[in-house]
Design a protein around this ligand. Structure first.
Ligand code: NAI
Ligand code: 15L
Length: 267
């Protein structure tokens, strides 16, 4: 089992939750972020643009959980620097330093234009074609393809986790289908870090939601056993918001409002 894991994006929303949860599985975390990490003066504060800092950060770790980057739509240039070039720097550093595995935080927005399944229709398979809904989603397609290249060419393994909506509670009706509870996120990252012979595997990242839109079979095959379900939040959210309008692209596609939103970064 990998012991020392580099957590990029450690100061962020998911990074903060994983700093608390992943050590319970026995990991020693090394932290990396553009911003200082609360309560962790030992964290490496640097950007993914700094190749020397990235190389030093990966030196000696067994694996990387790569969360750092812009998590929403932005201008193409911003996405290019942080998510595309930044992820390339990380993979190059990992290759040079002989790191065995990366868990890559991909996103539902890599396939955001995929129609939501109709009631009772088949779930979206992990092998569905890329259909990014934003430059942000496009950067996640790039990250998945980069991962495939580094596996095929260099034997560096990756599990690309197309995360749904990872937050303490689902905040809207769409998230009833996509919610990934923090505890299940830790379960999934642990499975992705420890499963044998993953090569490059793409999985969806959500809890075992009653209203699931996608197929969790590939994630379960890694040993992921989700324990949470968004259903207890359904009545309240549906009363507040109602059912999504299927005539509205934002209500008909997996990516929700990302399919229609303009760039909004920084907030
Ligand atoms: P966040 O914005 O809270 O955290 C991202 C962290 O990355 C921030 O602390 C930021 O300072 C850091 N960062 C940004 N650019 C950087 C750079 N160039 N160099 C070094 N650090 C940089 O985002 P969140 O929600 O924690 O997401 C983490 C990852 O998971 C992101 O890659 C996001 O795309 C992905 N994801 C998140 C989902 C969610 O529901 N929160 C859903 C799908 C994917
Ligand atoms: C993402 O990829 C974003 O990083 C996050 O902020 C959420 O908006 C999430 O997807 C979502 O689709 O709910």
């Amino acid at each position: 089992m990998p012991r020392t894991v580099l957590l990029t994006g450690a100061a962020g929303q998911i990074g903060t939750m994983m700093r608390e949860l992943l050590p319970r599985y026995g990991y020693d975390l090394r932290l990396f972020d553009l911003r200082p990490v609360d309560g962790a003066p030992e964290a490496i504060v640097a950007g993914l643009a700094d190749r020397d800092a990235v190389r030093e950060a990966v030196r000696g770790v067994d694996a990387v959980v790569h969360l750092a980057g812009i998590p929403v739509e932005a201008s193409f240039e911003q996405i290019l620097e942080a998510n595309i070039r930044g992820t390339y720097h990380l993979y190059e550093a990992a290759r040079e330093e002989g790191v065995g595995r990366i868990v890559f935080a991909s996103s539902n927005h890599a396939v955001g234009f995929t129609p939501r399944p109709r009631d009772g229709g088949p779930l979206i398979p992990a092998g569905t074609p890329h259909r990014p809904d934003t430059f942000y989603g496009l950067s996640k397609c790039f990250g998945e393809d980069l991962a495939q290249l580094y596996w095929d060419k260099h034997g560096l393994e990756t599990v690309s986790v197309r995360i749904g909506s990872c937050c303490p509670e689902p905040a809207d009706v769409r998230m009833l289908s996509l919610w990934l509870s923090p505890a299940d996120a830790a379960r999934l990252f642990h499975a992705a870090l420890t499963a044998e012979h993953v090569g490059h595997t793409v999985v969806y990242g959500s809890s075992a939601n009653t209203r699931l839109w996608w197929d969790l079979t590939p994630a379960r095959a890694l040993g992921y056993d989700p324990q949470d379900d968004s259903e207890p939040y359904a009545a309240k959210l549906l009363a507040e918001e109602g059912e999504p309008d299927p005539a509205d692209p934002a209500g008909a596609r997996l990516g929700g409002h990302f399919v229609t939103d303009p760039p909004v970064w920084p907030h």
